[in-house]
Design a protein around this ligand. Sequence first.
Ligand code: AFP
Length: 331
Amino acid sequence: MQRLIPVLNSDHVPLHLISVINTLLTAAKEISHRLHQGSLAGTLGSTLDENIQGETQKKLDIVSNQLIKNMLLETNLVHAVASEEEDDVVMGNPDAKYLVAFDPLDGSSNIDINGSVGTIFTILEKPDHAAEGKELFLQTGDEQIAAGYILYGPSTMLVMTTGKGVRAYTLDHTVGEFLLTVEKLEIPKTTQEFAINMSNQRFWAEPMKHYIADLLSGSEGPRAKNFNMRWNAAMVSDVHRVLTRSGIFMYPADCKNSDKPCKLRLLYEANPMSFLVEQAGGRSSTGYERIMSLQPTDIHQRVSVIMGSKEEVDECLGYYKKIPCTRFDSP
Ligand code: AFP
């Protein structure tokens, strides 16, 4: 099986970019080890702190964030990093050109129940125009030059794109290398599987309520086929299932909390996952706009997410077109 670096070389990925990706994976291997040690690593459980998102920080959230941030900045190849766990961007080498944004441990509420979690990353280049701080990262998803995730499941897998399709690699713990295990991930155009947090049903906009109701009515309803539901409460794990066997993953805007109509972050969750989904032949939308076309206004900005099998996402978007309603999220 091929190792990661020769594969990236064959795709003519610049050496410095390969080095940044490899550094991310070195941190990921350490995170994987600590996760698989579980309680023995002494890093389970929560801290007494909250991040800028107002979410309780798990000890491993902090550890993972520090590992990735410090290793990336030590390469001198990174101009700045942005993280779910950092209020502001952290500046690196002023002469370097790569920007890295990441969610160090997505799904961390699954850690203490031994569930799947993951690291999501996206890599951008410093913009040509003068910019500093947060402004550096306010680029559309189309500007991403690489994106992916490491899924810490029964096996540790890297799923990544540099714009030439999506490949999957599996960590061989015996040699400490990510080996190519799927040459080309492609999402089937149709599906009978959906993923959404049903407990939010009463807070959804009318189009989503009607769309899900029609899925649930199955073969007796307008869709004339039965659907299955999965919800892992970790975007990395749910989207990995969509990439692997089809599906539609949704975290739509809702009216549960008018200050926070959306849950998932654009920069380091929705955009990298959208890059992977589109590169694998799927579609990714807010319900109204293509996610990767959005112009960000803040590094921690949240967005409504509907992504997966192309024809099923189009089916869902049809409900947003035909059912008028006021949006909870600002376009
Ligand atoms: P945590 O990292 O706080 O566990 O949140 C994970 C997440 O951002 C995303 O990965 C999941 O899809 C979503 O939140 C789960 O949200 P619910 O807790 O509402 O199911």
